[in-house]
Ligand binder design. Sequence first.
Ligand code: FRU
Length: 537
Amino acid sequence: MKRSIVRSIIVVLVIGVVMGCKTSGEKKDRADSEEMDTVASMEEKMYRPNFHFTPKKGWMNDPNGLFYHNGYYHLYFQHYPDGNTWGPMHWGHAISTDLITWKEQPIALYPDEMGYIFSGSAVVDIKNTSNFSRDGEIPVIAMFTYHDMEADKAGKINDETQAIAYSLDEGQTYTKYSGNPVIKNPNIPDFRDPKVDWDQERERWTMVLAAGQEIMFYASRDLKNWELLSKFGKGIGNHNGVWECPDFFPLPVKGTEETKWVLLVSINPGGPNSGSATQYFVGDFDGKTFTIDEGFRKELAKEHSFWVDHGRDNYAGVTWSNTRTTEGGKLFIGWMSNWLYANQVPTEKWRSASTVARELGLIKGPNTYRLISNPVKQLNGYRAKKVADKNIAIEGKAVLTTSETISLSKTEINFTLTDIGKGTYTFTLSNSQGDQLKFGLDASENTFFVDRNNSGKTGFSEKFTDRISKAPRISNSNTLTGTILLDKTSLELFYDNGQIVMTEIFFPSAPFETFSLESGTAKSTLENLEIHELTVN
Ligand code: FRU
C-alpha cells in the first residue's frame, strides 16, 4: 500500500517533470519560431525586391527555358526548393504578361535517376517538328543538361548529357522523352547548357552548347536528332574561367539594313570585375560556321573582351525564344548574383533575384558593332509618382531627392549630365545608419565605377567588397545620359543609351534615404533629371 503511494507520487513527479520540460521546450520552440518569423518578415521587408523576380523560397540561379507563347512570357530557373544554397537542381517556373510582374508556378522539372536538371532552353514547336503533339496542341520542348552527380563524384568527365522534355499544356507540366539523352557526352568536361532556337532562314533548329572552352553548334529537324556543325572559341575572347550558358541569335543593326549574329558566352570566373560575367561576340553565320566580324576581331585584340554587363551581378543571362520587340530586338534576363558569394548573401528564406528584363540591340560604331541593353519598355507602364527638374548646376555636392519625397527602392531615374569636364561625378545613396552606395563616372579616366564597399551588410563574403567595379566608357561625348534602376537590393545602370551596363547588388542596414550627386571640383549641369517611383508592391 505504502509502496504504491510512493510509486504514485514518483509517477506524478516524473510526469510533472516531463510535462514541465515539454512546456518549457515548447515555449522555447515557439520563441525560436517566433524569432525566425520576425527575422523572416524583416528579411521580406528589407530585402525581398519590389520589381525583380525572386522564388518564394529556396535557392535560384540561372534563368532557363525562356519562351513566349499565347500572351505569356515563361521564365524557368535553376532552383533548389528545399534549401537556400545550391543543391539538386530543378527547373522552377514563373510566368508574366509583361516581363515585370511574375507569378511563380509549380516546379516544372525535377531531378531523377539520370541526374540534376541543369540549365537549358525551351522552344515552341509550332510546326510539330518533334511529333510530340497529340490532339493538335502546340508542343513546347525543353532541352536541358542532365548532370549525373554520381559520375561527377567519381571524377568522370563525361557526367553531362543533353536531354529533352515536352509539354502539351503550354509549359506547365513536362514529360521527359523516353529516348534521352539525345546527345551523349563525347568525353568533354563542362558539356552543358543547350540553347535552341528556330533558324528561320534554314527552316530548322540551331543549338549552341558550351563544351569545355568552346561552343559547339548543332542543327536538328526534329529536336531529337542533332548534327554537330562546327565549333567556335579556341584562342578567341576570354578564357579565364569555365564557358557556360551560351546563346546565339541574329540581330538587326540599328539604322542599317544589316543583320549580324551575336553569340553570348557566360564565363566563371574571369569577369571584368572578378567572378561571373557574360561576354559576347558579333559575326556572321553561314548555316554551319560562326565567323567573327573583322572589325570586331580587331577591337577584341585591343579590348580583350566584350561584356554584356560590366557589373558583378548579371550572370548566365539568355534571351526569350519565339518573340522579338517591334524593332527586332531580343529580350534578355540574367541571374543577379555572382558565384563568388551567391551562396552567402544575407537572405535566408530565398536566395537570388533576376535582373530586370532587358532589350538587346546592335549598333555600329566607328570600329565595330556593339551590343546595347536597356530595360524593357513595359517598365514605363509602372511609372507613377514623378519628380522632375531641369538645368541644375552641379558644383560640389547637390542632394537630388530624399525618400520623403519619393521612394529610393522602386525607382527609375533618367538623367542627362552636360558639360562634363575632367572630374569625378559621384552619385551617392545614403541612409542615417551611415551606409553609402556610390557610383558614377571618373571623367579623367573615362571610366564608370560602382563602390558598394560601405553599402551596409557586406561581411558575409570578403569577395563582395574586395574592389570598386569599373567599366570603360566608350563614348567621348561631354554629355552623359543614363538610366538608373533601384530596388531594395539592386542597382542597374544603363549609360549612353545602353552602351555600358553595370548591375550590382547590395544589402543596406536600412533603406536609403538620400540621393545626391557630387562633382568634386568640376562644374557641370544636370540638364534633365526625372525620378519615377514605380507602382510595384
Ligand atoms: C551557370 C551554371 C550552368 C549550369 C548551372 C547549374 O551558373 O554553372 O553552367 O547548368 O549553373 O546550376
